[in-house]
Design a protein around this ligand. Structure first.
Ligand SMILES: [Zn+2]
Length: 503
């Protein structure tokens, strides 16, 4: 019989904690809604006490999401648990996730507490959280390096105190599949009340084994896996959701386990996250990499033509990767546009739809064939862009191999139009210098990248820009068939995010 594995997504908490992956409130809501379509069981929305911004995002996600449980992290402290509950109380299905470290090294150097005191705190805080809510997860931080007898005691006692999920994290990415299997198996065999809670696993990828460790734990009896889209997370990241899910999905004969994930939403979730964070996945990344389903060698192609399953263990369609197809052209109206978006799984608010349709019409003038990927890029851009405090009116660039690049940029802010001229090392640098002269704000440009949305030389360029100010980082995106224009738009989008955040 196949057992049900719960998928606990922590992209918004552990993932967001990783360098370069910070998200603003709007981006977190958009991602949370996509996670709801993906049908994860639990969304960990943040760490409510960490900052007012974290609190606000947990609260808003909790209020907006209806079909998944929403969790907030909390240290095993009353004030953390109070704050978590305050953020979660309007959730359809709230979960408080409290944790304390149980390994000797963490107890001695970080907590400076004796094991018995740690155990007592864990039990008391689970009981404390239980007063607020029935769904309580307890994590024994650094469990994989914890003395097994002590871990067994802690797990037994927190379940007795009311924990409904016990998480056994490999916090530092240290364990191996066989070792982790035996830890989970030991708990299954030695915790007398283990059938009253889900065993959860949370693996980090420091040695590249996060997914393998998670799957091994499932074999040993774990019924919840904590993971992130694209495997983002602290240091080398967390177990990648798409890999865990597709492994279970592709090998039911072996794992005898299933999830409720709508796998056809995987690709869209991955792209959305990359777009939000500006961090793309490597081309050979399992499941969601650009080449994950590409068969290049002649022998493989020959086999595939005769029978797909000769070299294909899962179909691209199963993860939501559709064939590149021309969908819309000059004569497509608003209705066709909306229909196509809906069939791609996007449902936009009227305002977003209007704005996306405007962009689509602009694109039609510049590009003969419009593909699904173009539409997806437009919608992603629309759904996560910030209000435009500053907008682009127009620009002129003069550039070449033997002259200094010069840019004239005209921007509008609060109804006032300003224009500046600047030179630079290439057209984009010149344009950015002109913008800097107009906006006159203090920030640094940290990263810039440009990707083609589709193949072909009339493809849209999707520019991503990261800027930072006061230790905070802002990601902007711009989309155009003209790469200088998309670069300018991305720069302005990042600046607008910074202004929005300061307002
Ligand atoms: Zn973690």
């Amino acid at each position: 019989m196949s057992k049900r594995i719960k998928i606990f997504d922590t992209s918004l908490r552990d993932g967001e904690q990783s360098p370069g992956c910070t998200m603003n409130l709007k981006e977190k809501i958009v991602l949370a809604k996509q996670l709801e379509r993906l049908n994860v069981d639990i969304i960990e929305a943040g760490f409510a006490i960490a900052s007012p911004g974290d609190f606000e995002s947990v609260k808003t996600v909790a209020e907006e999401i209806k079909n998944c449980s929403v969790a907030s992290l909390a240290r095993a402290l009353e004030k953390d648990i109070d704050k978590a509950w305050e953020a979660l109380k309007h959730a359809a299905s709230p979960r408080i996730h409290t944790f304390i470290a149980t390994s000797d090294i963490h107890m001695k150097y970080k907590l400076k507490m004796e094991p018995d005191a740690v155990l007592e705190r864990a039990v008391n805080m689970v009981k404390y959280a239980k007063k607020y809510c029935s769904d309580i997860e307890f994590s024994a931080e650094d469990a994989s390096r914890t003395n097994l007898d002590f871990l067994t005691r802690v797990v037994t006692e927190v379940i007795k105190a009311g924990a409904t999920t016990v998480n056994i994290p490999d916090t530092v990415g240290y364990t191996t599949p066989e070792e982790y299997f035996s830890i989970i198996k030991h708990l299954k065999d030695n915790v007398p009340n283990i059938d009253k809670a889900d065993i959860s696993v949370h693996c980090h990828n420091d040695l590249g084994m996060a997914v393998a460790n998670s799957l091994s734990a499932v074999r040993a009896g774990a019924t919840q896996v904590e993971c992130t889209i694209n495997g983002i997370g602290e240091r080398a990241g967390n177990a990648a959701l798409e890999e865990v899910v597709m492994a279970l999905n592709t090998r039911p004969d072996f794992f005898k386990a299933e999830t409720r994930i709508v796998t056809t939403e995987i690709m869209k979730s991955s792209k959305l996250l990359s777009s939000i964070t500006g961090v793309s996945v490597q081309p050979n990344k399992a499941i969601v990499g650009e080449n994950a389903f590409a068969h290049e060698s002649g022998i493989h192609q020959h086999g595939m033509l005769a029978e797909r399953t000769t070299y294909e263990i899962m179909t691209p369609e199963s993860v939501g990767l559709s064939k590149t197809n021309m969908v819309l052209g000059k004569h497509s109206g608003r209705h066709a546009f909306k229909d196509r978006l809906e069939s791609l799984g996007f449902s936009l608010e009227q305002e977003e739809l209007d704005s996306a349709f405007e962009q689509f019409k602009v694109l039609l003038d510049k590009k003969k064939k419009i593909y699904d990927k173009d539409l997806e890029a437009i919608v992603r851009k629309e759904s996560i862009s910030s209000p435009e405090a500053i907008s682009l009116v127009n620009f002129v660039i003069n550039s070449g191999s033997s002259i200094t690049s010069t840019a004239v940029v005209k921007l509008e802010r609060d109804g006032k139009v300003k224009e500046k001229v600047a030179t630079g090392d290439g057209p984009i640098d010149a344009a950015y210098n002109a913008i800097n002269k107009i906006v006159n704000l203090d920030f640094t440009l940290d990263d810039f990248s440009l990707d083609a949305v589709t193949e072909g030389n009339d493809s849209q360029g999707e520019a991503t820009v990261k800027i930072s100010s006061d230790g905070k980082s802002f990601t902007g995106r711009g989309l155009s068939t003209d790469i200088v224009e998309s670069s300018i738009k991305a720069y302005l989008d990042a600046i607008n995010k910074m202004i929005d955040q300061e307002a």
